[in-house]
Ligand binder design. Structure first.
Ligand SMILES: [Fe+2]
Length: 464
């Protein structure tokens, strides 16, 4: 038993510790999620059901198909026979159906053989127009729709959703539902990597790539998801004779990398409304002289902030992460590219990988070299905000263990599942909000008014 004196010492120590934590960095949320295991939905779950009908197209998904947003890549899988790779499409105002021809691929992974994976790019679409499309021509057809983005321009409002490390657990389903029901309607998802987590199953059971495709169809058949490759896309399994990295991912998910003169589908860029989005590859070579390095070096000067004021970067492994999970895994890429991000005034960097949420202050850490030993991040108004949004809810569970005390660069961190919305209002302002799954559909757990780095270089404003 502890005496009165002993317990008051504990209280005083506790208070001191608290003050120390508060003084040292930003906010570590006091929200504590009920401890429960994150488990995958079983194979017979309704969200995994294949659509009825002979050779019915399943796992339908779309993404941007060119640099500017006038093309859409439509992908789907048929299982009984190849069937047609053609997409029929027509705009809301016209009943004249047009055709976009595509191709299908198949692949084997250990003892798994894929279905027929179709990819068809619809081109020359009009901006800001609703289109209907139909796949499965000749057998069971299914119809969906999408809305093309407005033409790029500095003050074009647009709303992005942010999801990462989704997987296919009950929590993943909650995250997706929360995103769909959010009253700030996301028009495109920026997905920061780690899709299905099929590689966590024996023999990387690729059936879990199929179930994931059926699970997310309810969103990604209607709005583009912009893909980033994570470590769970590598599927490198020499013990199974599978030595070609990214095999399932690259067969299933196509991206318009050639439109931005990239030579690999793992790094590329697109323009969408008032945003310029650069996708980087944490798991492809990025050192000096590599294709990715040369590409990024030439890409950043091309960004015209008068046309697309918002410069957004997506990657999987975060550069600024104060959790004890994956600590400093992004460090070598940060050392290579961070000076460019500051020079070109990137607005925000979204990453995943760590299964929790964290938002940084505007900081940089570019003064370091081996001789001077300066290695502490400093406040920098030309630097991006770094946001870790790897909290989609996959079967690996939450990252709850944080470095203490919270470092100065970390503005807010919380171990909960959720998603975020980046809502661009005009060239100077964007409203950002993070939503945890435990709250009602429109509750904002963390918010920030972003002031554009190019047009308006003052500190962002915290609301709430
Ligand atoms: Fe990851």
């Amino acid at each position: 038993m502890m005496g009165v004196q002993g317990s008051s010492i504990v209280v005083v120590l506790g208070l001191l510790l608290n003050v120390a934590v508060l003084c040292n960095g930003g906010k570590t949320s006091t929200f504590v999620r009920k401890v429960e295991k994150t488990v995958d939905m079983p194979l017979d779950s309704d969200v995994f059901q294949a659509p009825p009908g002979y050779n019915a197209p399943q796992q339908v998904h779309i993404t941007q198909g060119d640099l500017v947003g006038k093309a859409v890549i439509v992908s789907w899988v048929t299982v009984d026979e190849p069937g047609s790779s053609t997409v029929l499409y027509w705009s809301e105002n016209s009943k004249q159906k047009k055709q976009a021809k595509g191709k299908f691929v198949t692949y084997r992974f250990y003892n798994y053989t894929s279905g027929y994976i179709h990819h068809s790019t619809i081109r020359n679409l009009k901006f800001n127009t609703k289109y209907y499309y139909e796949v499965g021509i000749g057998n069971t057809t299914r119809q969906f729709w999408f809305i093309t983005p407005p033409e790029s321009g500095p003050d074009v409002p647009y709303t992005f959703g942010l999801i990462g490390d989704l997987g296919q657990s009950y929590d993943s389903n909650r995250t997706l539902t929360h995103y769909e029901k959010n009253t700030q309607k996301g028009e495109t998802v920026l997905f920061v990597g780690d899709l299905s987590y099929a590689d966590n199953y024996p023999n990387h059971d690729n059936v879990r790539w199929d179930t994931w495709g059926r699970f997310v169809e309810r969103s990604v058949a209607y709005q583009p998801w912009i893909w980033t490759a994570g470590n769970h896309e590598i599927d490198f399994a020499p013990e199974l004779g599978e030595t070609k990295p990214f095999k399932p991912y690259t067969h299933r998910y196509h991206v318009p990398y050639k439109a931005s003169e990239s030579t690999q589908p793992f790094w590329y860029s697109i323009k969408r409304a008032s945003a310029y989005i650069i996708v980087l590859a944490s798991y492809s070579a990025y050192g000096k002289y590599t294709p990715q390095y040369k590409w990024l070096e030439e890409e950043l000067p091309k960004v015209n902030r008068t046309e697309t004021p918002w410069l957004i970067v997506l990657m999987h492994s975060p550069w600024y992460n104060s959790y004890n999970y994956h600590y400093m895994e992004g460090e070598t890429m940060r050392v290579m590219y961070e000076p460019w991000f500051v020079k070109y005034k990137v607005d925000v960097v979204f990453a995943g990988h760590v299964h929790a949420y964290e938002r940084s202050e505007r900081v940089s850490n570019i003064a370091y070299n081996v001789v001077n030993g300066i290695c502490t991040p400093i406040k920098d108004q030309s630097a991006p905000v770094y946001i870790t949004i790897g909290d989609g809810g996959n079967l690996e569970g939450l990252a709850t263990n944080m470095t203490e005390p919270q470092p100065d660069y970390s503005a807010y961190r919380e171990a909960s599942f959720g998603h975020a919305i980046f809502d661009i209002k005009n060239r100077t302002h964007a409203y950002y909000s993070w939503h945890r799954n435990q709250d009602g559909f429109s509750v904002e757990a963390d918010t920030l008014w972003f002031f554009n780095r190019y047009w308006h270089q003052i500190d962002d404003s915290k609301i709430g």
